[in-house]
Each structure stands twice: as C-alpha cells, then as structure tokens.
Design a protein around this ligand. Structure first.
Ligand code: 6R9
Length: 648
C-alpha cells in the first residue's frame, strides 16, 4: 500500500495492520486523502461513539460518489471497459466503457431530475442485474438521491413494504426480467406493489425484452425519455455523511430493517477491500456473480470495482444455465481474473462433477472468493483444487450488510501466509474483532469461541436503520456495551485465526439469503387455520440451511397436510420470496414451551437436526408430552417426505 511509506515504523503486513487499528485516524485519513477525489477536504477523520450508535467519518468533506466511480476514470482512460454485462444467453455479453457508463448515468440523472427527484429523496430500484440498474444507482448518487435496491426475486408485498418504509416516490424497473431462460414479469410485480404505496408517483420502465407490457399514466418509458436528455449532468457536492443508499435486510425480530450507508466512508472501504482482499490490479477482469440486489452486488460489482477504475462483470444468469459449466465457460470467454461467488452454488456444482469445470480454460483466474455463509471443507477443497487447479488462493470473506465491506478474510496477509480451508482467518485493516462470552467478558486468549464483535469503528459500517435509530443501537450496540455486535458466533484458533460458526440470533441463512424466523412466522400465522407456528433452520447440503416450520392449527380446523403445505408455500412466495418457502411443514398439537410461554426453539432445532439424545435441560418445559409428539411427527414426516424441495 503506497500510503504506508509515510507510516512510521511500518515495514510489513503485520506492522501495517497494527498501525491501522492503533493509529486509526492517521491510517484512514491518509488512505481517504490518497484514494478519493474530494470537492472539499474533510476536517475530522472520525467522530464515533458506540454508546449512542453515532458513526461519522470524514466530516467537513464534500465529494460525489459517481465522480469517483466514473468521471475521474473517463479523464484518464475513457475507452476502458467498466462493465461487462453477462446476459442470460451465453455469448451475448455487452461491454460498456467508462465513457459510455458516464453518459448513461448522466442521462438518467437528468431524467430523474426532470421527473422531480431531488437531493435527499429515495428512489427504489427493482431490476435484474443490467447496465441500466447500475446506471440508476450511480445516477442517484450523482444527483444526491439515495437508492433502495430491492432484489428482483422479492414478491410484490415484500417490495411494497420496502417502498413504503423508504417513502419512495419513484420506482425504476424493467418490463420483464430474463433468468435461466425464463421470463419474469417484473413490471407486473411492481404494478401490484404500488397499488398499496400511496407515495409512489411514477414508475420508470426499462425494456429488457421486446415484449410490451401495459403502461399507465404513472409509467415512464425509460430508454425513450432518457435519450432526450443531455449526456452532461452536473454532480452534486455531497457531505461525507449524506445517505448513499438504504438496503433492507432481515433481522431476528419484526420487519426487515433498512440499513443506511453513507458516501465517503462506504466508498473508501469497499474500494480498499476490493483492491487488497482480491489483489485486484489495473486491467484485471473482476467477476462477482452476486445479484446487485444484495450488499455483495452493491459493494463488489458496483462501488468497489468502479472506484478502483476496474472492469466489473454483471451476471444475469444462474450457475446451471444452460448447463453446470456456465460459470467456467464465462470465465474462459471473458478472461475473468478474480471470481467471487457463494458456497451454495459451489456445493451445487460440485455434485455435477469435475468435467463441467475442466472443459474450460481457467488459466486467467488468480483469486477465488467466497461469501454469504460458512463454506464447508469439502466445497472449499473442490473450489481450490478443481476450479483453481490448486494455484489460486481461496478467500473466504466474512462480512454483512451492516459492515458494508469485507471485515475478515485470508488476504491481505504476509506473503505466502497459509490459508486454512473454511476459515475467514484475519481481520482487514482497521478491523479489531473481539470474542465475548455470555457474561459479556472479552475472551482474550486464543482457542476460544464466543459472540463475534468489533471493538472500534471503521468507515464502511452502516450508520443507522432508516427511521429507527433506536432499533439500530439496541440491535448492534446494547448487547455488548462498547462493541458492535455482529449477530454471529466465531471461534479463534490456537494460531489466532477466525472461523465463523454462524448466526447466534433467529436468522436463517438460506443459500446466503437472510431470513428472520419472526418474519416468516408472521406470514405463516396469517394462513387460514393456523393458530401458531415456529420456524427453524436446519442444515441442508446445498442451501446451507433449509426452513422447517412447525404449525399448530386452530381448534376444530381439519386440513390435509399436503393442502396446508401448498397453501403455506403460496403465501410465503407471495409475501416474501420463493427462497423463504419451507422445505418441511409439520403439524403439531402444541409447541414445546417454557412455563412462561416462550417457544423452546433450542429443542425444536435438536429435533430437526436429529439430535434427540441431546435435548438439553428440559426442566422449564411446560408439557413434556409436546416434545414426544414433535419427535414422532418428525419421524413420520421424514418417512413420507413429499416435500418438493427436500434435501436431495
Ligand atoms: C455479505 C453478506 C451476513 C451474514 C453474516 C453471516 C453470513 C457472510 C460469511 C458468512 C460465514 C462467511 N456470512 N459471509 N458466514 N462465512 N464468509 O452475506 O451479507 O446478506 O447481510 O449476510 O451472512 O452469518 O452475519 P448479508
């Protein structure tokens, strides 16, 4: 890192890491001055107080994120490819240069302004991965509006919830999406959603397919209108702490929360991690196959790579379309140097065998990355040995929507440092992890396991939950005063390496997608006939975790289990998304509860994990019979196993 020459006494990686946490102001101040283009310089590096959930970085500074991601690269290399859009149909990729992406962004920025979008407004984007989705994000940044990207797999109700919470007056979508050869009517989903969103005044509709869709007075044909706009759009000078975007994610209770990220700190942190975790160099082609609707897409398709002047791939398809060689055929065709994907896809592809990988030339690959959930050793080894031919470092990157960017990863590290399969390993610059026990004591020795916390602020962290600052402080700063609590558990090995164990709260991780048990139970409980329910995550060999729901029916309700299952799945798809659908639904007479009425999820979890010998302390259990019934019912369900999405 070039800045390091000015850091006294720093001569190697460990020295630089120590400096970054001990001299946080000097480290981040130097990096921010060096790597971002400022309209006016900041006067204070950080102003943070975990006890109030106050996080402020680079106060006094003004900048524009889209200028950092586009204009400055247009000045030095206008014809460099910024973006390769890997469309669903293999071999039809579209390359877009920095000059072209800036033009798209400016036209869109001007259109948004013409349509009345102002600085501080929030625009909801419900689009599949496509250049106009990226340009929409950047256009918001250019004119000072916040964006709220909603994953295009979410249902109309989930979309409506997020539009309402974000108070958006403008939605941007496409007529239809195309994924895995199938056409998805996204505009129709938006139409349904906005019926219940009084704030929405207009819907901008881009054309991904040639099929026309019904348009109303509210709808604006995006391409047609943006072509009328100028290719120059004056960037707004934003304060470092103005909102860049909201992104909704599931927590352990209630509705999904709109985490807020701001301008300078987020951009700096994503670009720095992109550069050093993946060892990205000028001229490399960076292939992150996440969807832009998740934080991984925001940070490592859009903001990190573009801030670094990189060439980034935007993947529209699936790992198995048209066949399980899709990723590696793409790697060969596009010459991808860094490939960043999810364990669930790796586990799926592993089952199809090595040939699908070996059919293609992967010599361009230099680094392989993994994100979203723990990667099991078998999948890690296969990724390393087969995909990477044993020559590419595999970086298992741990982070969250809340952290903005990668916090724990095997790289950067000392040259030749070992990488242990399935371990996230080392904290990034400026990240100081801590493990705490149930009493709230810091576990200072190695070879210990506890709640994963971070003990000082870093520029990429979320600033608040939109409209719910109290929920923000209660969720992240109250459980362990003085620390940011991640919600995950972790182990620190004898060598001091971090290994993530998984969530400690009621969040299920289905194929890397977060799902709150309370959120799911809310939907299940609305199903006719359902009195009460409990949702549990169980380990699934491809999805990581699957969903198992226990249901208590209202008195005198009689319904065939298959019919109930069908109804429940429909409701969950309609209210949340397909991925949230339960794999197993078990009807029980009553749920095991404590005498104070709390559902004993621990017991239910043991039952579905087939661990009934270790049910633990049952002394607080109100009705011991309920447990026996649950165990018997579970056996019956597994023997029957009519579930369409059950483990293969
Ligand atoms: C980036 C992203 C965050 C949760 C996180 C943890 C799990 C993410 C992981 C991992 C083990 C990894 N998680 N990366 N667990 N190893 N390398 O996924 O953000 O959607 O907010 O999910 O995902 O449980 O707390 P997000």
């Amino acid at each position: 890192m070039p800045e390091a020459v000015a850091f006294q006494g720093v001569s190697d990686h460990s020295g630089l890491y120590k400096f970054s946490v001990n001299e946080s102001d000097r480290f981040w101040g130097a990096v921010a001055r060096q790597r971002l283009s400022w309209i006016s310089p900041f006067h204070t590096v950080q102003n943070c107080d975990f006890s109030q959930g106050k996080i402020k970085w680079f106060e006094g500074g003004k900048l524009n994120v889209s200028v950092n991601c586009l204009d400055r690269h247009v000045q030095t290399c206008p014809e460099r490819v910024a973006l390769i859009w890997e469309r669903d149909e293999p071999g039809t990729e579209v390359k877009i240069t920095y000059r072209q992406l800036l033009e798209l962004t400016c036209r869109l920025g001007n259109l948004l302004k013409r349509q009345g979008v102002r600085r501080g407004d929030c625009v909801t984007i419900y689009m599949p991965p496509c250049p106009l989705a990226m340009a929409s994000m950047l256009a918001c940044a250019r004119i000072g509006a916040a964006h709220n990207v909603v994953f295009a797999g979410f249902s109309s109700e989930a979309l409506a919830d997020r539009i309402r919470d974000a108070q958006s007056s403008t939605v941007i979508t496409v007529n239809q999406g195309v994924r895995g050869g199938k056409v998805v009517d996204l505009k129709r989903t938006v139409d349904q959603a906005v019926q219940n969103c009084p704030t929405v005044q207009q819907v901008l509709v881009a054309m991904r397919t040639e099929n026309t869709v019904p348009m109303t007075d509210r709808d604006v044909p995006l391409e047609e209108e943006m072509m009328k706009e100028d290719v120059v759009c004056e960037p707004v000078a934003m304060d470092s702490e103005d909102v860049l975007f909201l992104l909704y994610t599931s927590g352990s209770t209630g509705k999904p929360k709109g985490l807020v990220h701001t301008q300078a700190g987020y951009l700096l942190y994503t670009s720095l991690t992109h550069r050093y975790v993946f060892n990205y160099h000028d001229g490399d082609v960076f292939g992150c196959v996440a969807d832009i609707g998740w934080i991984t897409g925001h940070s490592y398709i859009v903001y990190g790579p573009l801030c670094n002047g990189g060439t980034t791939v935007l993947f529209e398809s699936t790992p198995v379309y048209p066949n399980p060689g899709r990723y590696w055929e793409m790697v060969e065709r596009l010459g991808i140097n860094q490939f960043y994907g999810a364990p669930t896809a790796i586990r799926l592809l592993l089952k199809y065998g090595d040939e699908w990988v070996q059919n293609y030339n992967r010599s361009s690959l230099k680094t392989l990355g993994s994100v979203g959930e723990p990667i099991n050793t078998e999948a890690w080894e296969w990724y390393h040995r087969v995909v990477g031919d044993g020559r590419c470092p595999v970086v298992d990157t741990w982070w969250q929507t809340e952290t903005g960017g990668i916090c724990i990863a095997p790289r950067p590290a000392d040259p030749e440092a070992e990488i242990v399969p399935g371990m996230a390993m080392h904290p990034f610059y400026g990240i100081k992890p801590a493990l705490l026990d149930t009493e709230g004591e810091v576990l200072s020795s190695n070879d210990s396991t506890g709640a994963l916390c971070i003990s000082q602020a870093w520029p990429g962290m979320a600033r608040t939950i939109h409209n719910h600052h109290q929920r923000f402080t209660e969720t992240y700063f109250h459980p362990y005063p003085g620390f940011f609590f991640t919600g995950d558990g972790a182990h620190r090995s004898k060598e001091g390496y971090y290994q993530i164990i998984g969530r400690l709260d009621d969040v299920i991780n289905v194929s890397g997608h977060r799902l709150g048990t309370a959120e799911l139970e809310d939907v299940v409980n609305q199903c006719p006939g359902v009195a009460e329910s409990a949702a549990i995550g169980y380990s699934h060999d491809i999805k990581g975790e699957g969903v198992y729901v226990f249901v208590v029916l209202k008195k005198a309700v009689m319904v065939e289990e298959d019919v109930l299952a069908q109804q429940l799945r429909e409701m969950v798809s309609r209210s949340i998304a397909k991925y949230a659908c339960p794999d197993f639904i078990q009807v029980v007479r009553c749920l095991p509860k404590t005498r104070s009425g709390k559902i004993m999820r621990r017991v239910l979890r043991k039952v579905v994990e087939r661990n009934t010998d270790e049910l633990g302390d049952l002394s607080t259990l109100d009705d011991p019979d309920s447990v026996h019934e649950v165990i018997r019912g579970h056996r019956r369900l597994l023997n029957k196993d009519t579930s369409p999405t059950a483990s293969p």
